[in-house]
Design a protein around this ligand. Sequence first.
Ligand code: UDX
Ligand code: ADP
Length: 465
Amino acid sequence: MGNKITNICCIGAGYVGGPTMAVIAAKCPHIKVTIVDLNVARIAAWNDENLDNLPVYEPGLAEIVSQARGRNLFFTTEVEKAIDEAQMIFISVNTPTKTYGLGKGKAADLKYIELCARQIAAVSKNDKIVVEKSTLPVRTAEAVRSILDNTGNGVKFQILSNPEFLAEGTAVEDLLSPDRVLIGGDTDEEGQAAIKALADVYAEWIPRERILTTNVWSSELSKLTANAFLAQRVSSINAMSELCEKTGADVNEVARAIGMDSRIGPKFLKASVGFGGSCFQKDILNLVYIAKSYGLNEVADYWEQVVIMNDHQKVRFAAKIVKTLYNTVSGKKIAFLGWAFKKDTNDTRESAAIQVADELLYEQANIAVFDPKVEEDKIQADLNYLDTRTKEENAKLATAFQDPYEACKDAHAIAVLTEWDEFKEYDWQRIYDNMKKPAFVFDGRAILDGKKLTDIGFVFHVIGK
Ligand code: UDX
Ligand code: ADP
């Protein structure tokens, strides 16, 4: 170990594993990178000749994949072969919140990680470096190490934590030019050699001073902390958005004013209908669970409030629609512009749109969804996952449209749930002409020109004003 890495395998071809490995392969032509996944359809999609069919949509990703795929980047379901051949194995499988048993609703479910560790242990015939890429609770490396050491074939494993900080929608940009790369490992000689081997991979395109090394636990906790801080900023500005709506202040003006304080900074201060995505809520709940498990109840309560505030923001957005539409949306058509949890991604995990839709469906509204990158089956699957209505009811009450103008036709109201740029460019006069009157717009992302819409005749409501 510690030799130059020429063969990498990544378990998990998802939103993190796929783009991350594609960039490593593109930047390191001397390294063979094999991404494996149990999901046959997903691997087939990654191998699809038509790059529009890649399972993950990210600006710039198709170009990166086409550059390296078939050269030194391979997607396959042959998990064991890829593990066997690799010197370094990234674990990039999903770690959802547990939906059962101890820690239900809070702790991370590590069953996929454990399965990976057992598989690596069973297959490996020579020493390997195992890299945790998925976001994990602190001290997961210990569990992985215990499985590897106790069930392996007597080979040596070094375990590194290398959390990924990319944000969806800007994944390629973030991977090509990250603020920092974090690598946690053991402090002994072998641990340091493993850290160096991974640092050398990144150093092919990232300046050395941006590659930080720490102990494993600091690295694992840094990832949870970064996400908790970012989510907290969103909940903080969202809390102020509600106060702004009551007092006549404008949350965007407030955000601008405080963001110019260099101690606060301007980023992550955009009030919205609520944060979504696979990380923020999951990681905070995980942090809450860890804090509670150490008896740190005040710490746990402090962070839990970030998620409580976020839920409140989604619920109050839906309630505002109901109240404004004369206290009933029953049988009314509400058009949703956007379903993804943010722009420039086809990912819908924990998207605010799902909860807002659920609230409105509970009020018997009809929902017409248009999202430039999300298809009908995904929308139905998201609603069915909630388990609050039957599949048939969801299919009857919520419909996806291929065309935004069709989605908005005859609608009583439009709700903007995702900040896709194209929404700003629509022919809003045409939309207005085809809607029921009064025509309401609820801008949950504060992206539309309120004055223009009001001049057209819309009744315009926006978060934080
Ligand atoms: C996040 C972290 O940014 C990233 O470092 C980590 O690796 C994974 O989790 P991601 O969830 O992909 O990334 O997107 P992010 O840009 O952080 O947005 C998360 C949510 O917060 C989105 O729903 C977004 O719309 C919302 N958000 C973000 C706001 O509502 N306001 C903001 O100012 C910023
Ligand atoms: P993330 O956003 O963290 O990348 P995803 O859910 O998009 O999460 O991707 C995780 C991927 O890991 C999924 O495609 C899933 O099929 C895959 N996966 C989970 N467990 C295993 C395993 N034991 N072996 C191979 N692939 C796995």
